[in-house]
Design a protein around this ligand. Structure first.
Ligand code: NOJ
Ligand code: NOJ
Length: 575
């Protein structure tokens, strides 16, 4: 009894300490982050000399890495945050910046570049020089999230302008930009492209999720502007995209697999970022649109966060249910493969968004999918719906709030004095690394702070959506795809890994060098979940690799035919 009492006291003392640390961080870092964003926007930003009006530089860093370019993804996410601040009345001084952004994006859409012209795929170009000329070097292109994210930022602005009585500026200037971007999404969502980290060419959950959102809110705007046929076109494709979005779910390990290719574990900040950037406060805890408090999004978040507990020294000694520093994905090696401020902030933001909705609806639902997430905080919690009058509800809400604050406390701990936010901080000692003053780090910090304070941006129409019963045209050449989990029971020696290769493109056409790495999370069962073409027969084998030596399973080749829809689990054993 006494021990328990002392424990509770010390817990509440440390929790109290943490929330005041985060309060202090919010107070000191907010103005720095806001100024950090504005310094990186042309023409008058103090760190962005040479950038045209409305152009967001990714960072002023010119070497290791050189980020003095403008990325459509970074710029659109940054301007979405500024447009929210403006349209919610939090900062009425931003109008000129926003109108400059509108002009800059209208211009850059027309710039021919290595991905094409405005009508032949050029909108998928990921980055431009800061004078808005084309960047012609090698790059992972196209990246198909950019047009969708830009459309979302501009639709938010357009909706506000219409409500403010300025439909003419929308029709003449903003809507034409949005229409080009949504036209690109309509024709290309079912093609592969590079993921948000610019490394894997396949289909990517974040990209699909933001594409879905853009089409859905684009349909509503088209209707408001009287274009019913475009509205129908957008809505039809939004239904197809929503259908495809469901296929990323890994039904064995309960998380959204981030990419359909790439041969990684699939655990990636991609999914938390998708959840916060498609948050709709009116949609409750809907799992179909992966809302922050949905069972699938909470389970994915836990799987993602846990992937970083043992790989970074800065996380050692932290309790297995407390916040840790997170990065892009556990296999990352870019610039040392460290934790990122913006991904750690995204985890906090997803949790704060969840809290906003629980507070609104007055209940927390625990399902078999989210059970492991909630049991981190209370091992006795069971599947059920807990109303706000219950102690289970208040205990869980408080625990999630503490967990969320923990992620911001980590960022606070590793923010250098002066408050500048780079891209990464060292996995071994937390010192800031890679690009300095990353605009996206600042914007991600501001939106996480906003969510902590209960700020919500406008709803985009996610509530009550149903997945159509049949999906048409998934990526990869017209056919739909199905989710297939491969489990291979194989004992291995240290340093040895199990890979999958086979007779179709999605299985790397029998290559051993690009064969797909299976996850050892359930060792000795090795596992991977892939989206494969539906109703397709193929052959495959597992291989082992250790120190560059490849060993094939014995003959004959294994054989499988994918179903027309749904998902399958294949259980094999090394032979
Ligand atoms: C630069 C990209 O910006 C980054 O995302 C990627 O990890 C590295 N290239 C390595 O491919
Ligand atoms: C690398 C990141 O992986 C990518 O997402 C980002 O767009 C660029 N850096 C620029 O910040």
């Amino acid at each position: 009894m006494r021990a328990l009492f002392v424990y509770c006291l010390s817990l509440s003392a440390s929790v109290w300490g943490q929330s005041s640390i985060v309060d202090a961080y919010v107070a000191s870092e907010s103005p720095i982050a806001k100024a950090g964003v504005l310094a990186n926007i042309g023409p008058s930003g103090s760190k962005s000399a040479g950038a045209k009006a409305g152009v967001v530089i990714a960072s002023p860093s010119t070497s290791d890495p050189n980020y003095l370019y403008t990325w459509t993804r970074d710029s659109s996410l940054v301007f979405k945050a500024l447009i929210d601040q403006y349209t919610l009345g939090q900062d009425t001084t931003l109008r000129t910046e926003i109108d400059n952004f509108v002009s800059a994006e209208a211009a850059v859409q027309q710039v021919s570049n290595p991905s094409g012209t405005v009508s032949t795929g050029g909108l998928g170009e990921p980055k431009f020089n800061i004078d808005l000329s084309a960047f012609t070097g090698d790059w992972g292109r196209p990246q198909r999230d950019g047009p969708a994210l830009r459309a979302t930022a501009l639709i938010t602005y357009a909706n506000w302008l219409i409500a403010d009585g300025n439909t003419s500026y929308v029709s003449s200037t903003v809507w034409p930009i949005i229409k080009l971007d949504l036209g690109y999404v309509v024709t290309s969502w079912n093609q592969t492209g590079f993921d948000l980290w610019e490394e894997i060419s396949s289909s990517s959950f974040f990209t699909t999720a933001v594409q879905h959102r853009s089409l859905r809110e684009g349909a509503t705007l088209a209707s408001a502007l009287g274009d019913q046929s475009l509205a129908t076109q957008y809505r039809t494709q939004a239904d197809n995209v929503l259908c495809f979005l469901q296929s990323y779910w890994n039904p064995t390990n309960f998380f959204m697999t981030s990419n359909t290719g790439g041969g990684r574990s699939g655990k990636d900040a991609n999914t938390a970022l998708a959840s916060i950037h498609t948050f709709d406060p009116a949609a409750g805890c809907d799992a179909v649109t992966f809302q922050p408090c949905s069972d699938k999004a909470l389970s994915s978040l836990k799987v993602y966060v846990d992937a970083f507990r043992s790989i970074y020294s800065v996380n050692s000694g932290i309790a297995s249910n407390a916040a840790v520093a997170t990065g892009r994905y556990p296999e990352d090696v870019y610039m040392g493969g460290n934790p990122w401020y913006l991904t750690t902030a995204a985890v906090a933001e997803q949790l704060y968004d969840a809290i906003i909705v629980w507070n609104r609806t007055g209940s927390i639902e625990v399902t078999s999918i989210s059970l492991a997430f909630f049991q981190q905080f209370s091992s006795s919690v069971t599947v059920g719906v807990y109303a706000s009058s219950t102690t289970t509800y208040s205990d869980l809400l408080a625990a999630v709030q503490t967990f969320a604050d923990g992620f911001l406390a980590i960022n606070a701990k590793y923010t250098p004095s002066g408050g500048g936010l780079a891209e990464q901080f060292s996995r071994s000692n937390g010192t800031a690394l890679s690009a300095v003053d990353l605009t996206w780090s600042y914007a991600a910090t501001l939106t996480a702070f906003g969510a902590r304070a209960g700020v919500v941006s406008a709803s985009w129409g996610a509530s009550g959506l149903k997945v159509p019963s049949s999906c048409s045209t998934g990526p990869g050449g017209g056919g739909s795809t199905v989710s297939i989990t491969f489990n291979e029971y194989a004992t291995t020696v240290s340093g040895e890994n199990i890979y999958l290769t086979g007779s179709i493109d999605a299985l790397q056409d029998w290559s051993t060098s690009t064969a797909l790495l299976l996850s050892a999370d359930k060792y000795p069962t090795w596992s991977i979940t892939l989206n494969l073409p539906a109703s397709t027969s193929f052959q495959y084998k597992y291989i082992r690799k250790v120190n560059g030596t490849v060993t094939w399973e014995s003959d004959p080749n294994r054989q499988f035919t994918t179903p027309a829809s749904g998902s399958s689990v294949i259980n094999d054993s090394w032979r």
